[in-house]
Design a protein around this ligand. Structure first.
Ligand code: ATP
Length: 444
């Protein structure tokens, strides 16, 4: 994958908009800065990623369970976790045009990017990223609540519940997938940094003695997951956060970074959090959150390894990694043309099979439509009868459909169809009768 010229953000966002992966939200009202909607293909891709993650890390392991907690939690949770006091970014403001920036992401000795004046920034002030709201009709201090800035805290707060109700034994993990909100000072770079986004997080509870093995196990799991998603390994880098830069309670943190077109930035994070969170909630709630080992009777606060995955950054890294441009022969005269192909792994590709009648004529389209409709019971199927077959293949290549099934006039008599492979463009004649089984095999 890595010898390909890499796609630019301009090209990728244009394709995402034209094909219905991701486009600006509320566009008929002029949009809303940095708000993006996932269109039909983007929603399929994103859901496939979340489902595959859940299957792999929750259903696919005996030491994991999943929860789906309330998004708005008791504000005391955020006091105990340190978010109300310390979940801040350093904010500076240009004294000329009042544009605001994150001080750690810019050079205050350089001119303001907006108005071009230099040396006119305010002192950095801590800006809290929590999104605030009020519950009920009174907008006073007693009604203040927060949209969660991460999914993680529910896994700590629900820890004793899950241990008793589901008879979990340490080591085990609790996972959750869902929305998180942060009032980011400088959102941007498409879906990389937004104020509303989704996370897939795991809190893996362990005996303190085994943190090193568990950390290594999760680092490998995260890399295996990225390979499964088709994320280009050559663009992935593990950044070991050095002493002094890690949170005080963490003995090891790795930021998994990705080479985006706008630079090397975080994709995922893996942190050893010690017993910081359970300890904080134990002190603040006054509830005993310790775990009793059923074999040894040792009573202790488990330590935690936290693998944290951003859903939207996964979508972005998948699209950036899977976008390819290739020279391919045109059907007519042997000349070549540039073909754009999204080599998204079949397991997460938005559409698995496209059914294409060679012509719009009734006798073909009725057979093709019936075939498409029966295949929808097993796969996400697209049916397309407009334009030339070459153009329809190109469209399916661009949206990453692994297999195209073409119904032609011979199909009416020989009861066979042509199956075309997205990546090799090889075509094979397959009997309609065994088609479902054939596709199943090819797509797994
Ligand atoms: P960054 O340094 O990029 O702000 P972070 O270290 O604050 O990220 P975490 O708090 O570790 O991020 O959140 C876990 C994951 O959630 C990140 O690795 C990323 O994938 C995702 N994430 C965090 N903030 C955003 C955001 N504003 N938009 C989209 N995804 C995000």
């Amino acid at each position: 994958m890595s010898d390909q010229p890499r796609v630019t953000m301009e090209k990728l966002t244009a394709l995402c908009k034209s094909r219905g992966f991701v486009f600006p939200g509320s566009e008929i009202y002029g949009g809303l800065a940095n708000s993006w909607d996932y269109g039909p293909l983007g929603a399929l891709l994103k859901n496939n990623i979340k489902q595959a993650w859940w299957k792999r890390f929750v259903e696919g392991r005996l030491d994991m369970v999943g929860i789906d907690a309330a998004l708005i939690m008791n504000p005391k949770v955020w006091e105990a976790s340190g978010h109300i006091g310390g979940f801040t970014d350093p904010l500076v403001e240009c004294k000329g045009c009042h544009e605001r920036y994150r001080a750690d992401q810019m050079d205050v000795t350089k001119p303001c990017q907006k108005c071009g004046k230099s040396g006119l920034f305010t002192e950095a002030a801590a800006f809290n990223l929590m999104m605030k709201t009020w519950l009920g009709p009174k907008e006073d201090a007693s009604a203040v609540a927060y949209f969660r800035p991460e999914t993680a805290q529910a896994m700590f707060v629900d820890f004793p519940q899950v241990v008793t109700s589901n008879r979990q034994r340490v080591p085990f993990g609790i996972a959750q997938v869902g929305k998180a909100f942060r009032n980011e000072i400088t959102p941007g770079n498409f879906i990389f940094r937004t104020r509303e986004f989704e996370q897939m997080e795991i809190e893996y509870f362990i005996h303190p003695d085994s943190w090193k093995e568990s950390f290594e196990m999760w680092l490998k799991e995260m890399h295996d997951w990225m390979a499964f998603c088709g994320i280009d390994a050559a663009r992935i880098h593990d950044l070991e956060i050095p002493d002094g830069e890690r949170a005080h309670y963490s003995k090891r943190t790795v930021d998994i970074e990705f080479d985006y077109p706008f630079g090397r930035e975080e994709l995922y994070g893996l942190a050893y959090r010690g017993d910081f969170d359970l300890n904080a909630h134990q002190s603040a709630s006054g509830k005993d959150l310790r775990y009793t080992d059923p074999k040894t009777n040792e009573k202790y606060l488990p330590h935690v390894i936290e693998p944290s995955f951003g859903v939207d950054r996964t979508v972005l890294a998948v699209l950036l990694s899977c976008y390819h441009e290739e020279e391919a022969p045109t059907s007519e005269d042997g000349k070549t043309e540039t073909r754009v192909v999204m080599k998204i792994p079949a397991a997460i590709a938005p559409i698995k099979v496209a059914v294409l009648p060679l012509s719009k004529k009734d006798e073909l389209s009725s057979v093709a439509r019936a075939l498409a409709s029966s295949l929808t019971k097993r796969f996400a199927v697209d049916y397309d009868e407009t334009q030339s077959i070459g153009r329809r293949y190109r469209r399916q290549d661009e949206i990453g459909t692994p297999l195209c099934v073409t119904v032609d006039f011979d199909s009416l008599t020989d009861k066979m169809v042509t199956v075309r492979d997205r990546d090799t463009m090889k075509q094979e004649r397959v009997a309609i009768e065994g088609l479902e089984g054939y596709l199943e095999k090819r797509l797994v």
